[in-house]
Design a protein around this ligand. Structure first.
Ligand SMILES: Nc1ncnc2c1ncn2[C@@H]1O[C@H](COP(=O)(O)OP(=O)(O)OP(=O)(O)O)[C@@H](O)[C@H]1O
Ligand SMILES: [Mg+2]
Length: 239
């Protein structure tokens, strides 16, 4: 049941108010060549606003599958995906894309920067099709926030691995997402550089954005509020 705020607009029930994203009884099966693989077998996960969650588990345990569902890049076979309390499981492709763009940023192991663009241009890239928007000021602010104010005109080949990942983090935040999803964000970085990236994620969470990182790097769990372990498509640990 919805409650009504003093301003008259409906607001979600208290337990949903801090909920950034949730999976409810999620099953994901892949059908390939007549064979069925059950990658997730009934997963329940709620990530709160501002929470930093790491997802660990052996190869093939369902981590990427789970990240794809949380990123609205794929849909579950059964169960429900909720974005800030809203059921987004049955959205059309177009609506799902819109929800993803508005709410979710992505960071990848190998940065996914465009080599011919400057740091600044890489950060503003996700706004390219918003004809009426000039994201330059926000990009400068974000690059400053990640310590790259003096690198805005550098191309990726003129940046270190850690700097490239900072550009990628700035880019993930350009549309003011509620959630940042990261796939092995420290995988290509040495330990010290990885630590600075994880500190960056902590800052992001302190600013009210949820960060969910899939990783084999044990250091990530030291910075995370919570570590989820997947084994054979089931959550075997959550603390
Ligand atoms: N598109 C697909 N089609 C068929 N099977 C798939 C597909 N994607 C994943 N799988 C299967 O689902 C299971 C979970 O895969 P997933 O990629 O989620 O594992 P993971 O935990 O990310 O592994 P890794 O640590 O190796 O990246 C595996 O058995 C995998 O073979
Ligand atoms: Mg994977």
């Amino acid at each position: 049941m919805n409650q009504t705020s003093p301003l008259g607009s409906p607001s979600p029930a208290p337990e949903l108010r801090r909920q950034a994203i949730a999976l409810e009884s999620v099953v994901k099966r892949y059908e390939t060549g007549g064979e069925t693989v059950e990658a997730l077998s009934g997963v329940d996960l709620t990530v709160q606003t501002g929470e930093f969650v790491s997802i660990v588990g052996p190869s093939g345990s369902g981590k990427s599958t789970m990240l794809n569902l949380l990123g609205l890049l794929d849909t579950p076979t059964r169960g429900t995906v909720r974005l800030r309390g809203r059921d987004v499981t049955e959205l059309s492709d177009r609506e799902r894309t819109r929800a993803r763009k508005a709410s979710i940023g992505f960071v990848f192991q190998d940065f996914h920067l465009l080599e011919t663009l400057t740091a600044m241009e890489n950060v503003t890239m996700p706004t390219m099709f918003d004809r009426d928007r000039d994201a330059t000021d926000r990009a400068i602010e974000l690059l400053s926030r990640v310590g790259l104010a003096d690198r805005t005109d550098h191309t990726p080949n003129e940046l270190s691995g850690g700097q490239k990942q900072r550009v990628a983090i700035a880019r993930s935040l350009i549309n003011e997402p509620e959630i940042v999803l990261a796939d092995e964000p420290t995988g290509n970085l040495d330990r010290d550089t990885g630590a600075t990236i994880l500190e960056e994620f902590r800052h992001i969470c302190d600013g009210g954005v949820s960060v969910i990182a899939v990783t084999h790097d044990e250091l990530v769990s030291e910075y995370a509020d919570r570590t989820i372990e997947l084994i054979d498509g089931v959550i075997s640990r959550d603390k």
